[in-house]
Design a protein around this ligand. Structure first.
Ligand SMILES: Cc1ncc(COP(=O)(O)O)c(C=O)c1O
Length: 402
């Protein structure tokens, strides 16, 4: 469900004539005029400055400052085509391959975009495993293992941390890529989002001098405006010569798309208490947040109620990654058909029920374990509808292959 305030803001930016309508809330009107006034030709149809529209970068810096309690400089903020566009730019910086390819540490299970883009860049993927048995935390020993084993094949340059998700590494002088697109998607009441930048600043010297790029997105959160391709990244502690290269890199594509910039601008500068749009905005926002929370709980309960499936609580993000104890006979059969056992399970599920989930091997998993990934975006009603079909299939699958 789109958030009215965001769509009104976009509508006003696209067609300023709407601002004359009495139905257009005055606070949205003021925000639209404020941004349009600094766009070239007062239109979103023009190129913006390469790093993004200045006022929006200022608003993002204020948002970060308020969130973390540490200063944020608008000159270190870059609007991007989704978080993915920003991640691609920052990874390019680290691709100074010499005799060996650059290596980037990525978590497993991973977001497949990382392995795809690293393959495209000819980089080495240094996979570190998250600890499923304890709710997906990261252990330093595992980081060290992954890093040491990779050194014969690459020069480790950076580490991707998906947060909410996991921790860090100063000792090996790695560039931190903090993927924080789910910062507004914390469903567990006993958890809260803390940015990686804040953690580094709280830790003090030498960690507060580490180079970090933090990414956020218009695609997730309570706004879910993925099609607009809005996102930004903030760089911290970059040498000024490297920063000059970032500026050059972003200017290659002239600027990120201005609609994505507008959505990101609306997200970081929402209606304030007392403004005309505030009550509706607050209601819609909490409706979305509550819905996601309820759906995360339902999905978790559903899978854990089935023998042979274990699902960690979905404390944050938008996905569940349940583990299936695929019976040995099914594993052997799948292999004889040249399929991974998790893929076999998912295809059988699809063919028997019409329910589509993705096999864990797409996201990688510990060898010998089998998962599937599903999102939490179905409504509570749809989840309940799907539950019985899923359960019937699962029981019959386990029985058939036992
Ligand atoms: C962890 C993670 N990072 C980044 C992205 C990309 O987000 P965007 O749509 O902003 O490019 C996604 C999208 O699913 C994601 O799951």
């Amino acid at each position: 469900m789109p958030i009215t305030y965001i769509r009104q803001f976009i509508a006003g930016c696209a067609n300023p004539a709407l601002l004359n309508s009495f139905e257009f809330p005055s606070d949205v009107k003021e925000r639209v005029e404020r941004v349009l006034n600094i766009c070239t030709g007062k239109t979103f149809g023009s190129y913006s400055e390469s790093p993004g529209i200045k006022i929006i970068r200022h608003d993002i810096a204020s948002y970060i400052q308020q969130r973390d309690g540490y200063p944020s400089d608008p000159n270190n903020i870059y609007l991007s085509n989704g978080a993915a566009g920003g991640i691609e730019t920052v990874l390019k910086l680290l691709m100074n391959n010499s005799k060996k390819p650059s290596g980037i540490m990525i978590p497993v299970p991973q977001f497949p975009f990382y392995s795809a883009i690293l393959t495209q860049f000819g980089a080495h993927q240094i996979e570190y495993f998250l600890d499923e048995d304890n709710g997906w935390p990261l252990h330093i020993d595992e980081l060290e293992r992954a890093l040491n084993e990779s050194k014969a094949r690459c020069i480790p340059r950076g580490i991707v941390i998906i947060n909410p998700g996991n921790p860090t590494a100063h000792k090996h002088n790695l560039f931190l890529l903090a993927d924080e697109v789910y910062q507004e998607n914390v469903h567990s009441l006993d958890s809260k989002f803390v940015s990686f930048k804040k953690i580094l600043m709280d830790l003090g010297s030498p960690y507060n001098q580490m180079q970090i790029a933090s990414f956020h997105s218009a695609s997730k959160g309570w706004h879910c405006e993925s099609g607009f391709r809005g996102g930004y990244f903030e760089i911290t502690n970059l040498d000024k010569d490297v920063k000059a290269q970032v500026n050059k890199l972003v200017s290659l594509s002239l600027c990120s798309n201005t609609w994505g910039q507008a959505v990101m601008g609306a997200i970081v500068n929402p209606p304030k208490e007392g403004e005309p749009s505030y009550e509706l905005y607050k209601r819609e926002r909490s409706m979305m947040t509550n819905r996601l929370q309820e759906q995360a709980t339902l999905i978790n309960e559903l899978f854990n109620s089935m023998e042979g499936i274990i699902c960690n609580p979905v404390k944050g993000g938008m996905f569940a990654f349940p583990r299936v104890e695929v019976p040995c006979k099914a594993i052997e059969y799948a292999k004889s058909k040249d399929m991974t056992p998790d893929n076999f399970y998912c295809v059988e599920l699809l063919e028997n029920t019409g329910i589509c989930v993705l096999p864990g091997s797409i996201f990688k998993q510990r060898p010998g374990t089998y998962h599937f990934r599903t999102n939490i975006l179905l409504s509570a009603h749809q989840i309940k509808d799907m539950a019985e079909k899923f359960r019937t299939f699962h029981v019959s699958f386990m029985h058939r292959w036992q």
